[in-house]
Ligand binder design. Structure first.
Ligand code: KG4
Ligand code: ZN
Length: 349
């Protein structure tokens, strides 16, 4: 079965064609057109600009996706269309949904509406042939992206319970806002991660930031206070110090470590409480090298029998291949009542 999948939830226009077999997904093509250059000067995503770009890019990305797929496989006939309907930026989501509807009508195909958060989780199913998952449920999944930070208990694919989520900013948003304060550009995560590496292997810096809600006995998060702490520390320094390499690298290292500490502490506590057979990560922040490494070490040390699943970095950030995988598990929801497919910017898992 070949699924054409579309994601326009935020600032990436992505279309993929995937071939789904019983236990394996082959990506025939997965094209992502990034709008980073456009949003960079504003320090974050501007929804109206993003919408305009999606509209402009969708036909081009679609063409590219088909061309690339044709070079990967002789048979590229589409069987189903999948599209993200939420959560995300409403005007952006509509661009993808309208494009999917037009295409499905033209080709007389069914559409499967997809939840973007579930797709970040199921990005883990994009694995090399032979690697399959047995005995991974119940699993604890941490979805950390620019828009979301959620701890989710998974009983099986499709059965989710949110244990906790951020009360204000998402973890990725905190990376982005801290980078903005430090004058480093957008998106903040990759830049902060790169500069933090210059500080010797996690050795402590002279800056100490708070770890919000880390010891609270719930599974919620809060990152806006951390961002404010970065701002206050930055403002308290002389212009000479706060623009120095040393200060910026130390601040990047400490910001990253504060976020990692909170995420690990709560995820591990949930894994223990629910006797998780696997800890699963997903979302853009899960591309963070230090986060991946520290999670791996702590799971190996404390739960040697617990599996640790994490997508390849390119499948952590937004992509349409993960939308295609999710569609495969939701085939029953495919419909030709195209007019029923609607956006829900606040869709819950
Ligand atoms: O999943 P994603 O592409 O989009 C949303 O669904 O939000 O996540 C984007 C977020 C941004 O906030 C970006 O700064 C963050 O993921 N991010 C990272 C890294 N790469 C992307 N954060 C930390 N370290 C990274 N290497
Ligand atoms: Zn995302």
């Amino acid at each position: 079965m070949k699924i054409l999948a579309i994601d326009t939830s935020c600032d990436d226009t992505s279309i993929a064609l995937i071939k789904a077999e019983k236990t394996h997904f082959k990506i025939l093509s997965n094209i992502i057109s990034s709008q980073i250059k456009i949003h960079k000067k504003w320090g974050g995503v501007v929804p109206t600009l993003a919408k305009r770009e999606h509209q402009k890019n969708l036909p081009l990305v679609f063409k590219k996706t088909l061309n690339k797929a044709k070079s990967a496989s002789r048979r590229t006939k589409i069987d189903l269309v999948a599209v993200t309907i939420g959560p995300g930026l409403e005007p952006c989501l509509w661009m993808g949904v309208n494009f999917a509807k037009d295409l499905a009508k033209k080709l007389n195909l069914k559409i499967i509406p997809i939840n973007h958060i579930e797709a970040h989780i199921l990005a883990n199913w994009l694995r090399p042939i032979g690697e399959n998952f047995k005995n991974i449920f119940p699993a604890i999944c941490l979805v950390v992206s620019g828009g979301h930070t959620q701890l989710i208990l998974i009983r099986e694919v499709g059965k989710y319970k949110i244990l906790g989520e951020t009360r204000d900013d998402a973890a990725g948003e905190c990376f982005d806002k801290a980078a903005r304060i430090l004058g480093l550009g957008y998106p903040g995560g990759p830049i902060i991660s790169k500069l933090a590496k210059k500080i010797n292997n996690g050795s402590r810096t002279s800056i100490i930031l708070p770890r919000p809600m880390m010891y609270q006995k719930n599974y919620d998060f809060s990152f806006s206070g951390l961002k404010t702490a970065v701002l206050y520390d930055f403002r308290a320094q002389s212009p000479k110090i706060r623009t120095s390499k040393k200060y910026i690298q130390e601040m990047c290292s400490e910001t990253q470590q504060a976020i990692i500490d909170v995420l690990i502490k709560k995820t591990i506590r949930a894994a223990r409480e629910f006797r998780a057979k696997a800890v699963i990560l997903g979302g853009g922040v899960a591309a963070n090298e230090e986060l991946r490494k520290q999670f791996r070490e702590i799971i190996k040390k404390n739960f040697p029998n617990t599996k640790y699943l994490i997508p390849r970095p390119k499948f952590c950030t937004d992509n349409a291949a993960m939308i295609g995988v999710t569609a495969y598990f939701h085939q029953k929801e495919a419909t030709k009542n195209w007019q029923e497919i609607k956006v829900n910017a606040n869709l819950k898992i």
